[in-house]
Design a protein around this ligand. Structure first.
Ligand SMILES: [Zn+2]
Length: 257
């Protein structure tokens, strides 16, 4: 067993809500666009809609007809399409689709523009606006991409790893082992052996959110669960943790990029 900060932890309430509920995949046309959605029949009084990186989820009481649900979706069609577009846009801006000057790349919560220059020695320097990359072959997208990806991993180790020991020192005498991962489905995890794994993409989050993830995983060294005791330990390490948890869900699209 291990404790992982999965997407479903972040989208609070979903798992409890759907325990024992029946889930259907459906499709509807909204303003001429075909939209797939998950319909969850749940114990509730009204129809609820949520758009996130997995798309549109609709929750409805069992007694509400499909026709009534689709009428409700049509009424909110503009909002649904706009929200889906927003999630798609976020997903795109994380890493460049084309490794060319001007392409957007996310670094520590800021969208920077790639600035590629030819130089004999490879080097990367972020500032407030640009991620300047010096490279012998700046037009070779594959090499530039590999160079930047390696640098982002090193940055994650440099900026995020030291916080693990700092948080851990407040709750346990044992220094945990930290490893970097590129798992698609989680920001971090902690196993029974006390090994904490952190996603390199934490370097793309605003620094305080990356710290929240570190505090969350460190708390699992003591409580390998998501009990009330666990959450109060997280709050002890990272005051204001529930707000950070809410904000993190807006950034979770990163993992899918
Ligand atoms: Zn957790």
């Amino acid at each position: 067993m291990s404790a992982r900060l999965r997407l479903k932890d972040i989208f609070g309430g979903r798992t409890a809500d759907e325990k024992g509920a029946d889930v259907q995949s459906r499709r509807i046309t909204l303003n001429g666009s075909s939209v797939d959605y998950r319909l969850v029949r749940a114990r509730r009084r009204s129809i609820g809609m949520q758009v996130d990186l997995s798309g549109l989820t609709v929750r409805a009481p069992r007694w509400v007809s499909i026709r009534e649900i689709d009428e409700n979706l049509s009424k909110r069609g503009a909002w649904i399409l706009r929200s889906i577009d927003e999630w798609r846009a976020r997903r795109r801006d994380v890493m460049p689709r084309e490794w060319k000057t001007g392409a957007p790349i996310l670094y520590r919560g800021r969208e920077l523009s790639l600035a590629l220059h030819a130089a004999p020695k490879r080097e990367i320097a972020p500032d407030l606006l640009n991620l300047t990359v010096l490279h012998p072959t700046p037009h070779d997208e594959r090499r530039v991409a590999a160079f930047v990806a390696r640098w982002l991993r090193e940055e994650a180790e440099r900026h995020v790893f030291p916080h693990v020991a700092a948080y851990a020192a407040r709750v346990t005498p044992a220094a945990p082992t930290v490893k970097l991962t590129s798992a698609r489905s989680e920001w971090g995890s902690c196993d029974r052996q006390g090994v904490i794994r952190l996603n390199w993409r934490l370097i793309q989050l605003p620094p305080d959110l990356a710290l929240y993830v570190v505090a969350h995983e460190v708390a699992h060294l003591i409580e390998l669960n998501h009990s009330a005791r666990f959450w109060s330990l997280v709050e002890f390490l990272f005051p204001g943790s529930s707000k950070a948890r809410d904000t993190l869900d807006e950034w979770t699209a990163l993992l899918e990029a």
